[in-house]
Design a protein around this ligand. Structure first.
Ligand code: ATP
Length: 358
């Protein structure tokens, strides 16, 4: 990138195409560079204005950009350009078109631990690049692990909205992330470190092998309690086809003390990822992930997501009806009600994640 923020109109240089996804304050759309015809993903991040709650704070957007600018690894999304407009900052990112890893796996009939560990290895390699640069991701979860395309099965880590540089002397504490995946030090508001990401790798691996979320409770409070009390087990019904090697890999990550938790290098050298004897390679090849339960887990997840959308639509409809009956239909009022509805949309769809500002 020559100069970080480009000020010319984005659409002078890019054609904007279909929606690829959305998050708290961002919409991601496919775009094509007019001159080169190269495809990218443009992340339109709405800027927060004044003291309101709509939009991302400029300092957080800059943090995400600075992290992405340090990234240069095949398993991590790369940043091409940044545009600054009055309302939004637009990040032009490498396009990933293979969808989420977990969606891809849920379409398979079977998956051996050897194949599963190859995916986890790629996640670890991407994460090693971050950690070698003292960057902690802080939002590792299945939604942020995508495939470059449907043919190569190459993993890309995305969404650096919560990522930050960590120095030994800084005492970073924050309540952020998605409940099921966060480490005990996040729940108890203790200092965060690179080890915080490693806990999430343990949760992702546990779900991948069993189709069950290790700490998820009926309520948020129960989930936090399960995390801080290390309340998990390898239920025989769910893990009967799992190798001891894989369980050992997870156990080294579910350690409360972040200093004692396996680091990214420890994990890359663990025999489940890098077998050192034929016996370990055979154990991994003959063990299978619990694909039936994994498919049910993904079906439940999609159902929950669609229920959230239905409930959101109901709220929007009620809100529109209420406004119609009370507002005079001046164009100004119509515009302001649209803005309010936008905010409800982004908050509701992301109700699994939170930050101190929300
Ligand atoms: P959140 O509020 O959940 O933290 P966010 O606002 O930071 O999200 P992202 O997670 O970066 O936004 O992107 C939202 C969605 O857009 C992703 O879940 C994914 O589906 C899609 N997406 C993001 N980046 C890309 C990309 N480079 N290529 C294709 N799709 C992408």
């Amino acid at each position: 990138m020559d100069s970080v923020f480009k000020l010319e109109p984005f659409e002078d240089n890019y054609e904007v195409g279909e929606d690829l996804g959305s998050g708290h304050f961002a919409v991601v759309r496919k775009c094509i560079h007019r001159k080169t015809r190269q495809a990218f993903a443009a992340k339109f991040i709405r800027k927060r204005r004044g003291g309101g709650r709509k939009g991302a704070k400029m300092e957080d957007i800059v943090k995400e950009i600075n992290v992405l600018r340090c990234m240069n690894h095949p398993n991590v999304i790369s940043l091409h350009e940044v545009y600054d407009t009055k309302q939004e900052v637009i990040l032009v990112l490498e396009l990933v078109s293979g969808g989420e890893l977990f969606d891809y796996i849920s379409e398979k009939e079977a998956l051996s631990e050897e194949e599963a560990s190859a995916f986890i290895k790629q996640i670890l390699e991407g994460l090693k690049h971050l950690h070698d640069n003292s960057i902690v991701h802080l939002d590792l979860k299945p939604e942020n692990i995508m495939l470059l395309d449907r043919t190569s099965t190459k993993i890309k880590l995305i969404d650096f909205g919560l990522a930050r540089k960590i120095n030994d002397k800084d005492d970073v504490r924050a309540m952020m992330g998605t409940a099921e995946f966060i480490a005990p030090e996040v729940v108890s508001f203790e200092p965060l470190s690179l080890a915080t990401d490693m806990w999430s790798v343990g949760v992702i691996t546990y779900i991948l092998l069993s189709g069950s979320s290790p700490f998820l409770g009926e309520t948020l409070q129960e989930t936090y309690h399960n995390i801080t009390a290390l309340n998990f087990d390898f239920d025989h019904d769910l893990f009967q086809n799992t190798s001891d090697l894989a369980k050992d890999f997870i156990k080294r990550l579910f350690i409360k003390n972040p200093r004692k938790r396996g680091s990214v290098n420890d994990c890359l050298n663990h025999p489940w990822i890098k077998p050192s004897e034929p016996r370990e390679a055979i154990a991994r090849r003959s063990a299978m992930i619990n694909i039936d339960n994994f498919k049910s887990f993904m079906a439940r997840k999609r159902w929950k997501q669609s229920m959230r959308v239905v409930s959101l639509c109901n709220r929007l409809t009620k809100s529109i009806q209420l406004r119609k009956s009370t507002d005079t239909l001046s164009s100004r009022n119509t515009l302001s009600s649209r803005n309010n509805l936008d905010e409800e949309t982004t908050e509701e769809v992301n109700c699994g994640a939170w930050s101190p500002s929300s």
